[in-house]
Design a protein around this ligand. Structure first.
Ligand SMILES: [Zn+2]
Length: 214
Protein backbone atom coordinates (compact mmCIF):
# COMPACT_ATOMS: atom_id res chain seq x y z
CA UNK A 1 0.00 0.00 0.00
CA UNK A 2 1.21 3.49 -0.82
CA UNK A 3 1.69 5.57 2.32
CA UNK A 4 0.08 8.99 2.65
CA UNK A 5 3.59 10.43 2.93
CA UNK A 6 4.43 9.05 -0.51
CA UNK A 7 1.19 10.47 -1.94
CA UNK A 8 1.93 13.87 -0.41
CA UNK A 9 5.34 13.91 -2.07
CA UNK A 10 3.82 12.82 -5.39
CA UNK A 11 1.26 15.62 -5.13
CA UNK A 12 4.06 18.11 -4.48
CA UNK A 13 5.87 16.92 -7.62
CA UNK A 14 2.64 17.43 -9.62
CA UNK A 15 1.99 20.86 -8.07
CA UNK A 16 5.46 22.15 -8.96
CA UNK A 17 5.43 20.49 -12.41
CA UNK A 18 2.28 22.44 -13.24
CA UNK A 19 4.03 25.59 -12.02
CA UNK A 20 6.77 24.97 -14.63
CA UNK A 21 4.15 25.84 -17.24
CA UNK A 22 2.50 28.63 -15.24
CA UNK A 23 5.79 30.36 -14.42
CA UNK A 24 6.98 29.92 -18.00
CA UNK A 25 9.98 27.83 -16.94
CA UNK A 26 9.17 25.06 -19.40
CA UNK A 27 6.54 24.66 -22.08
CA UNK A 28 4.18 21.68 -22.38
CA UNK A 29 6.13 18.60 -21.27
CA UNK A 30 9.80 19.61 -21.41
CA UNK A 31 11.88 19.58 -18.21
CA UNK A 32 11.36 17.32 -15.22
CA UNK A 33 11.10 17.39 -11.43
CA UNK A 34 11.97 14.87 -8.70
CA UNK A 35 12.18 14.55 -4.92
CA UNK A 36 14.34 12.16 -2.92
CA UNK A 37 12.25 9.35 -1.42
CA UNK A 38 13.36 6.35 0.68
CA UNK A 39 16.27 4.74 -1.16
CA UNK A 40 15.48 6.49 -4.43
CA UNK A 41 13.40 9.32 -5.84
CA UNK A 42 9.94 10.19 -7.20
CA UNK A 43 10.08 11.68 -10.69
CA UNK A 44 7.74 13.01 -13.38
CA UNK A 45 6.92 10.49 -16.13
CA UNK A 46 8.06 10.41 -19.72
CA UNK A 47 6.08 12.26 -22.38
CA UNK A 48 3.08 13.45 -20.37
CA UNK A 49 1.81 17.00 -20.35
CA UNK A 50 2.10 18.46 -16.84
CA UNK A 51 -1.48 19.70 -16.97
CA UNK A 52 -2.77 16.10 -17.10
CA UNK A 53 -0.52 14.55 -14.42
CA UNK A 54 -2.10 12.22 -11.83
CA UNK A 55 -0.62 10.77 -8.63
CA UNK A 56 -0.30 7.35 -10.27
CA UNK A 57 1.86 8.84 -13.07
CA UNK A 58 4.72 9.83 -10.73
CA UNK A 59 7.38 7.11 -10.88
CA UNK A 60 9.58 5.77 -8.08
CA UNK A 61 13.13 5.01 -9.25
CA UNK A 62 15.58 3.41 -6.80
CA UNK A 63 19.09 4.80 -6.38
CA UNK A 64 20.40 1.80 -8.32
CA UNK A 65 18.16 2.78 -11.24
CA UNK A 66 15.30 0.27 -10.94
CA UNK A 67 11.61 0.98 -11.47
CA UNK A 68 8.48 -1.08 -12.13
CA UNK A 69 8.18 -2.07 -15.79
CA UNK A 70 4.67 -0.67 -16.21
CA UNK A 71 5.93 2.84 -15.42
CA UNK A 72 8.04 5.10 -17.59
CA UNK A 73 10.08 7.73 -15.75
CA UNK A 74 11.28 10.85 -17.58
CA UNK A 75 13.83 9.89 -20.23
CA UNK A 76 16.27 12.12 -18.30
CA UNK A 77 16.00 10.14 -15.03
CA UNK A 78 19.71 9.20 -15.08
CA UNK A 79 21.02 12.62 -14.14
CA UNK A 80 18.51 12.75 -11.27
CA UNK A 81 19.82 9.37 -10.10
CA UNK A 82 23.46 10.46 -10.33
CA UNK A 83 22.85 13.76 -8.52
CA UNK A 84 21.05 11.99 -5.64
CA UNK A 85 23.94 9.51 -5.37
CA UNK A 86 26.70 12.14 -5.42
CA UNK A 87 25.03 15.08 -3.64
CA UNK A 88 23.90 13.99 -0.19
CA UNK A 89 22.20 17.35 0.48
CA UNK A 90 20.07 17.12 -2.68
CA UNK A 91 16.44 16.55 -1.65
CA UNK A 92 14.78 17.87 -4.80
CA UNK A 93 15.78 18.51 -8.42
CA UNK A 94 14.25 20.87 -10.97
CA UNK A 95 15.37 20.64 -14.61
CA UNK A 96 13.93 23.02 -17.19
CA UNK A 97 14.42 24.22 -20.75
CA UNK A 98 13.59 27.78 -19.70
CA UNK A 99 14.09 30.25 -22.54
CA UNK A 100 16.84 32.56 -21.25
CA UNK A 101 18.94 29.88 -19.51
CA UNK A 102 18.72 27.80 -22.71
CA UNK A 103 19.67 30.80 -24.86
CA UNK A 104 22.82 31.29 -22.76
CA UNK A 105 23.59 27.55 -22.75
CA UNK A 106 23.78 27.60 -26.54
CA UNK A 107 26.83 29.87 -26.19
CA UNK A 108 28.42 27.42 -23.70
CA UNK A 109 29.41 30.21 -21.38
CA UNK A 110 29.09 30.32 -17.59
CA UNK A 111 27.12 33.16 -16.00
CA UNK A 112 29.83 35.24 -14.30
CA UNK A 113 29.44 37.33 -11.14
CA UNK A 114 27.75 40.19 -13.01
CA UNK A 115 25.21 40.27 -10.14
CA UNK A 116 25.71 39.20 -6.53
CA UNK A 117 22.63 36.89 -6.71
CA UNK A 118 24.78 34.47 -8.75
CA UNK A 119 26.08 33.40 -5.29
CA UNK A 120 22.75 31.68 -4.56
CA UNK A 121 23.94 28.83 -6.78
CA UNK A 122 26.88 28.34 -4.39
CA UNK A 123 29.85 29.98 -6.13
CA UNK A 124 31.18 32.98 -8.01
CA UNK A 125 29.67 31.80 -11.30
CA UNK A 126 27.04 29.42 -12.68
CA UNK A 127 28.84 26.95 -14.90
CA UNK A 128 27.65 25.43 -18.16
CA UNK A 129 27.85 21.62 -18.43
CA UNK A 130 29.28 20.25 -21.67
CA UNK A 131 26.78 18.94 -24.19
CA UNK A 132 25.97 15.22 -24.41
CA UNK A 133 22.85 13.44 -25.69
CA UNK A 134 19.91 13.74 -23.26
CA UNK A 135 19.34 10.82 -20.94
CA UNK A 136 22.92 9.50 -21.21
CA UNK A 137 25.40 8.74 -18.44
CA UNK A 138 27.86 11.02 -20.24
CA UNK A 139 25.49 13.96 -19.72
CA UNK A 140 25.22 13.07 -16.00
CA UNK A 141 29.00 13.19 -15.72
CA UNK A 142 29.18 16.59 -17.44
CA UNK A 143 26.44 17.97 -15.18
CA UNK A 144 28.09 16.73 -11.98
CA UNK A 145 31.34 18.37 -13.04
CA UNK A 146 29.54 21.72 -13.52
CA UNK A 147 27.79 21.24 -10.16
CA UNK A 148 31.05 20.95 -8.25
CA UNK A 149 30.46 23.20 -5.19
CA UNK A 150 27.29 24.45 -6.88
CA UNK A 151 23.54 23.81 -6.65
CA UNK A 152 22.76 24.98 -10.19
CA UNK A 153 24.25 24.91 -13.68
CA UNK A 154 23.36 25.49 -17.31
CA UNK A 155 23.50 22.50 -19.70
CA UNK A 156 24.91 23.30 -23.16
CA UNK A 157 22.31 23.40 -25.95
CA UNK A 158 19.71 22.12 -23.51
CA UNK A 159 18.67 24.21 -20.46
CA UNK A 160 19.37 24.37 -16.74
CA UNK A 161 19.29 22.12 -13.68
CA UNK A 162 19.21 22.87 -9.95
CA UNK A 163 18.93 20.91 -6.72
CA UNK A 164 18.20 22.06 -3.18
CA UNK A 165 17.15 20.92 0.29
CA UNK A 166 13.45 20.86 -0.61
CA UNK A 167 11.22 21.31 -3.65
CA UNK A 168 10.03 24.91 -3.02
CA UNK A 169 13.67 26.05 -2.65
CA UNK A 170 14.79 24.15 -5.78
CA UNK A 171 11.92 25.65 -7.76
CA UNK A 172 12.77 29.15 -6.55
CA UNK A 173 16.43 28.65 -7.46
CA UNK A 174 15.43 27.54 -10.99
CA UNK A 175 13.36 30.72 -11.27
CA UNK A 176 16.36 32.73 -10.06
CA UNK A 177 18.68 31.11 -12.62
CA UNK A 178 16.18 31.98 -15.36
CA UNK A 179 15.90 35.54 -14.03
CA UNK A 180 19.71 35.96 -13.86
CA UNK A 181 20.00 34.59 -17.41
CA UNK A 182 17.57 37.24 -18.67
CA UNK A 183 19.37 39.99 -16.76
CA UNK A 184 22.76 38.83 -18.07
CA UNK A 185 21.53 38.70 -21.68
CA UNK A 186 20.06 42.19 -21.27
CA UNK A 187 23.29 43.52 -19.72
CA UNK A 188 25.36 42.04 -22.58
CA UNK A 189 23.36 44.13 -25.06
CA UNK A 190 24.89 47.27 -23.53
CA UNK A 191 28.47 46.00 -23.81
CA UNK A 192 30.83 44.17 -21.48
CA UNK A 193 29.30 44.00 -17.98
CA UNK A 194 31.37 44.85 -14.92
CA UNK A 195 32.09 41.66 -12.96
CA UNK A 196 32.23 41.57 -9.14
CA UNK A 197 35.56 40.60 -7.59
CA UNK A 198 36.18 37.16 -6.12
CA UNK A 199 36.70 38.81 -2.72
CA UNK A 200 33.29 40.48 -2.85
CA UNK A 201 31.61 37.29 -4.10
CA UNK A 202 33.16 35.26 -1.28
CA UNK A 203 31.59 37.72 1.16
CA UNK A 204 28.20 37.30 -0.51
CA UNK A 205 28.51 33.49 -0.67
CA UNK A 206 29.12 33.45 3.08
CA UNK A 207 26.03 35.62 3.65
CA UNK A 208 23.93 33.53 1.26
CA UNK A 209 24.70 30.38 3.23
CA UNK A 210 23.11 31.92 6.30
CA UNK A 211 20.22 33.33 4.33
CA UNK A 212 16.88 32.16 5.71
CA UNK A 213 13.59 32.38 3.88
CA UNK A 214 11.01 34.71 5.48
ZN1 LIG B 1 15.94 18.32 -20.67
Amino acid sequence: MVSSKTNKKKNDVIKFSKMLNDKKLSALRSGNISVRHNNGFLITPSGKKYSSLKVKDIVFVSLDGKYEKKYKPSSEWRFHQDIYIKKKDAQAIVHTHSTNATALSVHKKPIPAFHYMVALAGGNDIKCAKYATYGTRELSKNILKALNNRKACLIANHGQIVFDKNLPDAFELAQEVENLSLQYITALKLGKPKILSLKEMNKVIKKAKNYKRD
